[in-house]
Design a protein around this ligand. Structure first.
Ligand code: AMP
Length: 614
């Protein structure tokens, strides 16, 4: 039913998010208005709710909260913490301690974050009702999108969505990524029909843990319904590019299946087979079209060539994903890219109220009902493991200042108290009384291809491990730097090494022996083995990161790099070799000095791991 009105903002400032066309949307938009207009009051209420329900938890007792639920007492008594600080509690929960350690509500499962600690995924405890909160945030996305793109109920979304493997902790709790948990929940599986949220992918295909079968079926169903598709998406830009890569590799097989009306025997999952059978009929015309488009040398605009009614791409291209914008533009012929939400395993944070804006303009409005949010002014850090931050510096959601950068600190219903997420955000403005944030970056991330996050210390450790293999050859790594190469899909890590052979002071002398014994290739694999488990899982289980490459550069290259930096104004005393480079002239300089390139010859080892289990 059409509602011929604008959304009245709670502060009387009408139509901030535009006119709503459906009554259901109108309710959701009103909710956004109410929450954002009363951001501070909602935050106060959220904190009081969390502290009331968790008053008897061991954690809050330890800090002597004594049942207080007000902000002042909370801020005075409860420390700001990192994951490492909480590890003993998390370990106990993982080992089966069911007492109210962090949360009064039973921990229902662990969500495995793509952020790592000591090389392993962080385990985020969660409670059942968090699913409702996540679903509430999801339910706000289409009402906002409908304000900008009309007619999305007239077609479908081609979304490439995947579950990942899950395991149990020693104490018997399931541990899996937050989206796997969501897709496997009744909230998703038994969602009521909503014309604005019809997907081309059968749920059975989304829920299949076998990445090939899942992708094949989702692509096939997307092709079969190509004219219905109004939006194409994945969670992150890297996921959508993997789907395009999959099409490049498998279009022949897909078009044979479409022509014959039969599903390849490679897809064995019975529930996928029966879901696909409902759609798949022989369609020679479509098979011919697919083959004609895909056999073209040029894949520019392939998305709109195959799915001509696509209005926008629904993918996150902020943060580390910004590196994929040019490639997505190429494949989509410049379709708008909508970044709709900002979320994590710890908590879903907020949404973009202007989703059709340019990627560089994206700001997320944190929804004050999701958790209690505080902001640590960025740069005012001073936190070292074991020490506290100066908690007086933290400001509340409603008190952040436009133009300033902050690190996000959250207190969640599931029992994280004043927890540093590690994201740096810049305030760009306000929607009503709720601030809007640009995602600036995740702290300490040097290299990222998709959800992997490799920091400087991890890279350093990996280089050290690998360079030990050079010792028998009297060679060593004198300098190194790195780059996440995403020109081809999947992307891969490139590590530039300058070598020194001890006896001749030239790497050229060691080169024949290193080449003969395949040492450099072994170094690539040794580096991969030393990287964190998210990296290795992406390599092994998902195939979403390609083999690591070492490019050996000739002697003196890093000195040239320094000269270049100094010529551009760097101070000679303060110059440090950058451990990651993205600036094109520097990459060009490095690449022009490469004497040999080597790839990892095998997959690193990866097994799902849990603390306390060998
Ligand atoms: P995870 O812990 O694996 O769920 O990853 C959550 C992290 O992904 C966040 O803390 C951010 O660093 C990043 N992230 C999530 N949503 C966005 C977004 N819309 N833009 C940029 N980065 C994001």
């Amino acid at each position: 039913m059409a509602v011929e009105t604008v959304v009245p903002a709670a502060n009387g400032n009408a139509a901030k998010v535009g006119p709503a066309t459906l009554e259901k949307d109108y309710e959701k938009l009103r909710f956004i208005e109410e929450m954002t207009a009363n951001a501070d009051a909602v935050q106060e209420k959220v904190l009081a709710e969390i502290l009331t329900r968790n008053a008897e938890t061991e954690y809050l007792w330890r800090y002597g909260l004594g049942g207080a639920t007000d902000r002042l007492t909370f801020k005075a008594k409860v420390p700001v913490v990192t994951y490492e600080d909480l590890q003993p509690e998390i370990q106990r929960i993982a080992n089966g301690d069911r007492s109210a350690i962090l949360s009064a509500h039973p921990i229902s499962e662990f969500l495995t974050s793509s952020g790592t600690s000591a090389g392993e995924r962080k385990l985020m405890p969660t409670i059942k009702e968090e699913l409702d909160r996540r679903q509430l945030l999801y339910s706000l996305l289409m009402p906002v999108m409908n304000l900008y793109v009309p007619g999305l109920d007239k077609g479908k979304g081609l979304y490439f969505l995947f579950v990942k493997s899950e395991t149990n902790t020693p104490g018997g709790l399931t541990a899996r990524p937050v989206l796997t948990s969501y897709y496997k929940s009744e909230h998703f599986k038994s969602r009521p029909y909503d014309p604005y949220n019809v997907y081309t992918s059968p749920t059975a295909a989304i829920l299949c843990a076998d990445a090939f079968q899942s992708m094949y079926a989702q692509m096939l169903c997307g092709l079969l319904q190509r004219l219905d598709v109004l939006r194409v998406g994945a969670v992150f830009a890297s996921g959508l590019l993997r789907a395009i890569r999959f099409l490049q590799l498998h279009w022949k097989e897909l078009s044979q299946d479409i022509a014959a009306g039969t599903l390849t025997a490679k897809v064995t999952d019975p529930s996928i087979r029966s879901a696909v059978a409902e759609l798949l009929k022989p369609d020679r015309e479509l098979a011919r079209l697919l083959a004609a488009e895909c056999s073209e040398e040029e894949w520019a605009g392939i998305i709109t060539r195959i799915w001509p009614n696509t209005k926008y791409l629904d993918v996150i291209v902020t943060g580390a994903m910004a590196q994929y914008i040019p490639t997505l533009e190429y494949y989509s012929g410049g379709l708008p890219m909508a970044c709709t939400m900002y979320a994590s395993s710890e908590c879903y944070f907020g949404l973009n109220l202007n989703p059709m804006c340019e990627p560089s303009e994206v700001s997320y409005t944190i929804m004050p009902n999701m958790a209690y949010f505080e902001f640590l002014p960025h740069g005012g850090d001073g936190h070292h493991p074991g020490e506290g931050v100066d908690t007086a510096q933290l400001v509340d959601l409603a008190d952040v200042e436009v133009g300033k950068e902050y690190e996000l600190v959250i207190t969640t219903y599931a029992g994280l108290n004043r927890y540093r997420v590690g994201d740096v955000l810049r305030v760009t403005g306000f929607h009503n009384a709720a601030p809007q944030f640009r995602f600036v970056r995740r702290k300490n991330v040097l290299l990222s291809i998709e959800s992997d996050k490799t920091d400087e210390a991890e890279l350093q450790k990996a280089v050290e491990r690998a360079s030990a293999l050079l010792r028998p050859y009297n060679a060593s790594v004198v300098e190194y730097t790195s780059h996440a190469d995403t020109k081809a899909i999947p992307g891969h890590y490139v590590i530039y090494w300058e070598l020194l052979a001890k006896d001749s002071s030239s790497s050229a002398a060691a080169a024949p022996a290193l080449a003969r014994d395949g040492v450099m290739e072994r170094c690539c694999l040794a580096m991969e083995e030393a990287l964190n488990s998210v990296y290795r899982q992406s390599r092994v289980a998902d195939g979403s990161i390609g083999p690591l490459e070492i490019r050996v550069v000739r002697g003196g290259t890093f000195e040239e790099l320094m000269d270049y930096a100094i010529s551009r104004g760097a101070s000679i005393n303060q110059y440090k070799v950058p451990r990651c480079v993205n600036f094109p002239p520097i990459l060009e300089l490095l690449d022009s000095r490469v004497v040999s390139a080597h790839f990892s010859p095998a997959l690193p080892k990866w097994i799902p791991y849990f603390p306390g289990r060998n």
